[in-house]
Design a protein around this ligand. Sequence first.
Ligand code: HEC
Length: 165
Amino acid sequence: MSDEQKDYDGIQYKADDRMPAIFKLLLAVLLIWGVCFMGYYLFSGWSSEAEFAEKKAAQEKLIAERQQAQQQKQADGSAGAPAAKASAVDAEKLYNDSCLACHGAQGSGGIGPALGAAQPFKYGRTEAELTSSIADGRPNGMPGYKNDLGPDKIKALVDYILSLK
Ligand code: HEC
């Protein structure tokens, strides 16, 4: 039994066997890749702080845009006609519950006169006149709603009527 080739219970250790070429290749490739990898992070100028700052700036811009859109919406809402849209959900339901029976769907008319923008309004179509028509009623069959609906709901209905076409 030589030094180079020992035999342990039938398992042979061959000291002079060379490392398989595939491992050498793997080692070389990994070394090259490692150098490139480190080089990239050292010299490309990339840093996690910069990436974070960039993402943060984009996020803040998005939030600012959303807030601006929100404020725009509120500003539009307080400036007349689009306000009807803002409260349309409530007002339309209110209208359907209290007024539709006589004035038809979306003010198309019935027992009571049609309430579209194209209709002639006997008692006027300004905010004050509409409020008075709804709150106090009108002689030929229009009940007053002062006691049933508060001023907020009457205002919503006025806006709703003004939003009708
Ligand atoms: C019982 C039926 C009836 C109900 C319910 C009713 N109305 Fe009327 N409404 C009338 C009649 C009839 C007139 C016409 C009155 C007149 O000519 O004097 C009228 C008139 C009006 C007018 C005035 C129109 C114009 O030509 O100037 C408005 C505005 C109006 N109604 C809104 C409403 C709203 C809003 C509601 C719901 C809260 C409602 N009405 C519920 C029957 C009704």
